[in-house]
Structures are given as structure tokens and as C-alpha cells.
Write a protein that binds this ligand. Structure first.
Ligand SMILES: NC(=O)c1ccc[n+]([C@@H]2O[C@H](COP(=O)([O-])OP(=O)(O)OC[C@H]3O[C@@H](n4cnc5c(N)ncnc54)[C@H](OP(=O)(O)O)[C@@H]3O)[C@@H](O)[C@H]2O)c1
Length: 263
């Protein structure tokens, strides 16, 4: 028996992790967590393994508690925890609402930490944790500030957690892809009244299947971080040798103001 818990399992990277964990890594029980029940049920049916669907808004305390309750009740042995729930909205400090700020911090940062902490006691030697960083971890990104700063937190958190978990034989990997073809970008660029890059500047998009396959190989090896996408790898390298201001200026050069966000 092998069990994986996946947040953000109703679409994109999370759903792809579910598929590949079952197909390539022999996982035979999945806990799928997100808000859209229908999507998770459909995924569960297509996978043909035992799936526990937890419908939870992880920005809410009740959503986090629903996951804790399931753990306490079932006392599972967890082999993989994949923290994929997340979203990112563009906009300057005065274009972005307080609700958006809270939502991104609560989901991308707080839920990742809380769900990881409550799951570790149900893990044994060899278990693996994935957290979602991003290519935005490496450079200060004005107008994507809350999202990218949250991902910096997740990266540092994962690296430190790895040291703490070493004695238990559990490894955590922070997955840092560039732009991946999922629903994420459509949601992130749905607002035209904010400063953001045009969709054309986010290409070529990475293939979800390919990046998840690459990530799982690194997860198996116990890598602390997995950066993928040539642009993101280059950015990661340049960040180590150039002042971050230069990369931030390159990012600013790509942005469009609210008045010319027609796409
Ligand atoms: N796509 C990219 O370019 C990219 C690049 C780097 C990092 N990432 C990161 O990768 C992760 C997955 O993103 P994705 O690209 O797969 O995007 P996605 O297709 O939009 O998936 C996001 C997932 O998060 C869930 N979610 C959103 N709000 C939630 C909430 N309040 N409570 C519980 N679940 C919630 C969504 O499910 P429901 O709507 O059903 O709740 C969905 O399953 C995110 O952390 C993102 O920051 C994405």
C-alpha cells in the first residue's frame, strides 16, 4: 500500500502529480484536496484507484481542519505529500485588494506549512514532501510581489525543513518551474486593470506532464529543490552572479500597465 495526499488536485500540476504517482510510482491510494468536487471525482474515476475526496477551501480554518480531521480519523501512513494548491494575482500594492493579499498568503504559504506539519507525524522513513515554489523565487518581482515573496518563503521553509527531517529519513523538495501550461495563467491574467506581463511574454509555456515527470525523479532522489525551464534555470544562475536589481529591471521591461492590457 502506498498513499499520496495532494492539495490542489482538481487541476493542473496537482492533478498531473496524482496521475503520475499512480502510473509510475505505484501509489494505490490518493487523497485529493481542493474546492471543486466534480473535478476531483472525475480524476478519481479516471485513475481507478482508491481516492478520498476532501472538498476544502484551504484559505479557511475550516478547510485546514477538514484535512486534520481526516488524518486523525484514518491515521494513514503517508508516502507522499504534494502541496500544489495555490494561485497568483498580479498588481501593484494599490491595485491588489486586501482579500487577494490574504488569499495568496493563506493558501500559498500558510496552508502549505500547516498541512505539511500536520502530515509529517503520519510519515515514515523514505516519505517525500513536495512544496510549490516557482521561477519567481529568485528575483524581487514588483507587481507580482505578494505571490513571489510567498514563494521565497516556501523555498526557504522547504530547505530548512529538510534539515529538520533528515533524522527521520523524510525529504522535502521545492519545485520551482517557470510558466507552466495550466489554468493558473488564465486566472492570473484575467484582470485587465492591473500591471502585469502580457500572455505573449510568458511563452514558451512548459508542458505540465514533462515538468511533473522531471520533478518526481528529483523527489525520489531526495533533491531539495528542482528548477525547470531553460529561462528559469538561466534566471536562477544569473541571480547567483548578478545584482538582483538587474533581473528586476528585466522583469519590469516586460510589464504592461492597466491601460494596455487588452489580451
Ligand atoms: N502554472 C504555472 O505557471 C506555475 C509556475 C510556478 C508555480 N506554480 C504553482 O503551482 C501550483 C499549482 O498551480 P497550477 O499551475 O497547477 O494551477 P491551477 O491549475 O490553477 O491549480 C491550482 C489548484 O489549487 C487549488 N486551489 C485554488 N484555490 C484554492 C483554495 N482556496 N483552497 C483549496 N485549493 C485551492 C485549485 O482547485 P480549486 O479551484 O478546485 O479549489 C487547483 O486545484 C501553485 O502553487 C502555483 O503557484 C504554477
Amino acid at each position: 500500500m502506498s498513499l499520496a495526499i495532494i492539495t490542489g488536485a482538481s487541476s493542473g500540476i496537482g492533478a498531473e502529480f496524482a496521475l503520475q504517482l499512480k502510473e509510475r510510482y505505484g501509489v494505490d491510494e490518493l487523497w485529493l484536496i481542493a474546492r471543486r468536487r466534480d473535478r476531483m471525482e472525475e480524476l478519481g474515476r479516471s485513475l481507478g484507484v482508491r481516492c478520498k475526496i476532501i472538498v476544502a477551501d484551504l484559505t479557511e480554518k475550516s478547510g485546514i481542519e477538514a484535512v486534520r480531521e481526516a488524518l486523525v480519523q484514518e491515521k494513514p501512513q503517508v508516502d507522499y505529500l504534494i502541496n500544489c494548491a495555490g494561485f497568483g494575482n498580479f498588481g501593484s500594492f494599490d491595485q491588489i485588494s486586501e482579500a487577494e493579499v490574504e488569499g495568496m498568503i493563506d493558501l500559498n504559504v500558510k496552508a502549505t506549512v500547516l498541512i505539511t506539519h500536520m502530515t509529517v507525524p503520519y510519515m515514515k522513513r523514505g516519505a517525500r514532501i513536495v512544496t510549490m515554489g516557482s521561477g519567481s523565487c529568485f528575483t524581487p518581482l514588483p507587481y507580482f510581489n505578494i505571490y513571489s515573496s510567498g514563494k521565497v518563503f516556501v523555498l526557504h521553509y522547504t530547505k530548512s525543513l529538510n534539515f529538520e527531517l533528515k533524522k527521520y529519513g523524510i525529504r522535502a523538495t521545492c519545485f520551482c518551474p517557470g510558466w507552466v501550461e495550466t489554468e493558473f495563467l488564465g486566472k492570473a491574467t484575467s484582470q485587465s486593470n492591473v500591471t502585469r506581463p502580457p500572455l505573449s511574454a510568458m511563452k514558451p509555456l512548459l508542458n505540465c506532464k514533462k515538468v511533473v515527470r522531471g520533478c518526481l525523479r528529483r523527489v525520489k532522489r531526495g533533491r531539495t529543490m528542482y528548477v525547470t525551464g531553460w529561462y528559469t534555470k538561466l534566471q536562477h544562475l544569473l541571480f547567483k552572479i548578478l545584482p538582483d536589481k538587474l533581473l528586476t529591471y528585466a522583469w519590469l521591461g516586460m510589464l504592461k500597465g492597466p491601460e494596455d492590457n487588452g489580451n
